[in-house]
Design a binder for this molecule. Structure first.
Ligand code: FAD
Length: 452
């Protein structure tokens, strides 16, 4: 018999429950990836992610070939393409990892209906994309946790699955093919610093992180210049790494660093379980606060361009444009700056991030943006971060600002996070903008709007 494995956000062979189950159910499998233009139309075709995806598909294909198989690519409506492959091969089962977005849910429903007509069974596997499946731990009488700490306690007890090995051999039936895989070098508009994608690269980085990064994580994760976080987020987003396996390895490693790191992995699951219960929260306020946001005009343009006159904000925005990644502390403070100090709709920021982030992820991006904007799950929704204070605290030597804002090269540390203290002529000569907003005025406007 034949089974189809539809790969989505799980581009790996190790600890891949959908593939594992398909291999057990049938003696031949079709490892399938469908490039669906509907995903592109929904804004998910950012060049940075397509570049990483191209690497990840090539790597998956290579790993399948080492085992006697290969990856089958199709392009078109995902449900039609899966059905075409099922009709051609006579497959009796299609295996798929469960997703949380509205798109993923709709795909599952349509697949179930259409496959039934072909007398083919759809098997959806939970706990592949996240460590704990959304909905598996919930408070009494509720369908999801709205507060992280109690969620985390329950999550820790449940996150215990044993990782599965990669298959030794994969037999693909004859006569299923498709177009050639996409190639990263053919893409345009890719940020220069986008890392190589794929399971092999992800595992190399995971091993290096556990060997020599994680122990210092608790003390150093907020140090902007130190760049001391794992940078594994793109590998987790595309499923090149299994979040369950990574959690397991962090736990086995032990220590304060690994514990703090595990907590961050739980945040990822937390946002997934919110989105699964509230798919509308991808674009609507999770908790409406009656905001009447200012129109996103020139201020938002300056924010996007990294020219707000606040060095730490500008440094982070430029890192995003250059690398397709931004440090979490940067994401927090540029988000607070846009939604609170400039009082601009969080969707403006979320969209810009999704256009660039390699780890750009509907659950994590949208719900973190809502957290920052105070329309989400933050229990202190009206806190406003002060970029100058954040700069002094998280970039005390100014290394991060100097790396990304060369206009301020050579400026003494004490003025680096407050360059408006320099002579206006000096700023002009250096080509660095004056602040586009006054911090206290921005803050007061926001608090007044929130009725504070
Ligand atoms: P590490 O610090 O090494 O953390 C390890 C892993 O834990 C990360 O790879 C990530 O999977 C998870 N994680 C850490 N912090 C969070 C968090 N706050 N929420 C959810 N998961 C977390 N993360 C994304 O993966 N995709 C996004 O699109 C995304 N958008 C964000 C937007 C905003 C406004 C903010 C404030 C945060 C966003 N994050 C997003 C969360 C976080 O910033 C990134 O996951 C992290 O910076 C990735 O770097 P890292 O892998 O080095 O993280």
């Amino acid at each position: 018999d034949v089974a189809v494995v539809l790969f989505t956000s799980d581009l790996r062979l190790r600890d891949q429950p959908a593939l594992h189950a398909a291999q057990r159910a049938a003696d031949a499998v079709v490892p399938l990836f469908v490039r669906d233009p509907a995903v592109d139309r929904a804004g998910f075709a950012a060049p940075n992610r397509l570049a990483f995806l191209a690497d990840a598909l090539a790597d998956l294909d290579g790993a399948l070939r080492e085992r006697g198989g290969h990856l089958v690519l199709r392009e078109g409506d995902v449900v039609e393409e899966v059905c075409a492959v099922v009709s051609r091969t006579g497959a009796g089962e299609v295996h798929l990892s469960g997703g949380v977005s509205g798109f993923a849910r709709h795909r599952e429903e349509r697949l179930r209906r259409e496959l039934e007509r072909l007398r083919c069974r759809l098997r959806v596997h939970d706990g592949v994309v996240t460590v704990v499946p959304p909905g598996a731990v919930v408070p009494d009488q509720r369908d999801h946790f709205a507060v992280f700490t109690p969620y985390f306690r329950r999550w820790r007890e449940s996150a215990r699955r044993d990782p599965l090995p990669a298959p030794r051999r994969v037999r693909v039936p004859d006569g299923v093919g498709g177009p050639a895989l996409p190639q990263r070098r053919r893409l345009s508009g890719v940020s220069p610093g986008v890392p190589a994608g794929g399971e092999r690269e992800g595992r190399r980085r995971m091993a290096a992180w556990l060997r020599s990064g994680v122990d210092a994580y608790a003390e150093r994760h907020d140090d902007l210049a130190g760049d001391a976080t794992s940078r594994l987020s793109p590998y987790l987003h595309f499923g090149c790494l299994s979040a369950a396996e990574l959690t397991r390895k962090a736990r086995e490693h032990g220590g304060a660093g690994a514990e703090a790191f595990e907590r961050q992995l739980a945040w990822r699951d937390f946002h997934h379980q919110v989105l699964a219960a509230r798919p509308d929260a991808a674009w609507s306020d999770y908790r409406a606060r009656g905001d009447r946001w200012r129109r996103a005009g020139r201020d938002a343009d300056a924010w996007r361009a990294g020219r707000t006159g606040y060095p730490i904000v500008d440094a982070a925005m430029r890192q995003l444009a250059h690398e397709g990644w931004m440090h979490n502390r940067g994401r927090l403070l540029v988000g607070s700056f846009l939604t609170k100090t400039l009082y601009t709709d969080w969707r403006v920021g979320a969209e810009h991030f999704l256009g660039l982030l390699v780890d750009g992820d509907l659950a994590n991006n949208q719900l973190n943006w809502q957290w920052v904007a105070g329309t989400g799950t933050d229990t202190r929704p009206n806190r406003v971060l002060n970029p100058a204070a954040q700069g002094r605290r998280y970039d005390p030597d100014g290394g991060y600002v100097r790396r990304w804002v060369p206009e301020l090269d050579g400026v003494p540390v004490r003025a680096l996070h407050e360059p408006w203290r320099l002579e206006p002529a000096t700023l002009r000569e250096r080509g660095y903008p004056e602040p586009i907003v006054e911090l206290d005025a921005g803050r007061d406007r926001f608090l007044a709007a929130r009725g504070r």
